[in-house]
Design a binder for this molecule. Structure first.
Ligand code: COA
Length: 194
């Protein structure tokens, strides 16, 4: 698969993630607060480089699309948005993908997460012709839940005590879904649109 297409919003440019972004990626993927409900924080630029090459490899084989979030005119990476659609899960056939996001903590509360995620969702419905975008989030990850609700995702289910987190407690995991018709896109004809 080709690299993810560049997406532009009023404040942001979402572009391909590159090896040279390792130091920027370490800032947020190395922050225990950002990673509180996700993979453990990485510690070194070397680990950031390995993470980038793993994401790029997954993108090449078509399992994921990754966007590095930068601001217009400032080519520094302040977060990532991902769309996962591994063939082994049948996501391509079902026209669905799982969205993920993370933003550098110093930039929280400025609407950047919503703006970047909205751009990827538009791309998913308009260009990729998906029918469904979904997210899994720890139910008490308030920032993430607010972001999803603001974008119109519906809470579809709760997996009770699905994840053991760093605080030593089991946390509920929530599934959120957004359909193309929820955003006013016309229905797909799966026989003609791939
Ligand atoms: C979840 C996360 C991506 C949200 O990022 P964010 O950029 O702060 O989120 P938003 O874009 O939704 O903005 C948050 C606040 O900014 C406000 N905002 C929106 N647009 C704005 C603008 N143009 N200017 C200033 N503030 C704005 C919103 O109203 C919102 O406030 P509220 O939460 O009180 O309603 C971020 O908290 C994060 O990286 N968390 C850790 C990673 C994580 O948990 N990922 C999900 C794992 S499943």
């Amino acid at each position: 698969m080709m690299s993810a297409r560049v997406l532009t919003t009023s404040r942001l440019v979402l572009r391909e993630l590159r090896p040279a972004d390792a130091a920027d990626v370490l800032v947020f993927r190395g922050d225990p607060e950002v990673q509180r409900f996700d993979d453990p924080p990485i510690k070194t630029v070397g680990e950031a480089r390995a993470l980038i090459s793993e994401l790029r490899r997954a993108q090449r084989i078509g399992d994921i699309q990754v966007w590095a979030i930068t601001e217009q005119g400032i080519d520094r990476v302040i977060g990532l948005v991902t769309l996962q659609h591994p063939a082994r899960r049948g996501d391509g056939y079902h026209r669905r993908a799982e969205i993920g996001y993370g933003i550098a903590r110093s930039r929280w509360g400025q609407g950047i997460g919503s703006e970047a995620t909205r751009a990827v969702i538009c791309h998913a419905f308009e260009t990729l012709k998906l029918n469904r975008v979904f997210a899994r989030t720890i139910a008490d990850n308030h920032e993430s839940v607010r972001l999803l609700e603001r974008l119109g995702f519906a809470r579809e289910g709760l997996q009770r005590e699905h994840s053991l987190e760093d605080d030593g407690r089991f946390h509920d995991s929530a599934v959120y879904g957004l359909l193309r018709r929820d955003w006013g896109y016309p229905p797909l004809d799966p026989d003609t649109e791939t």
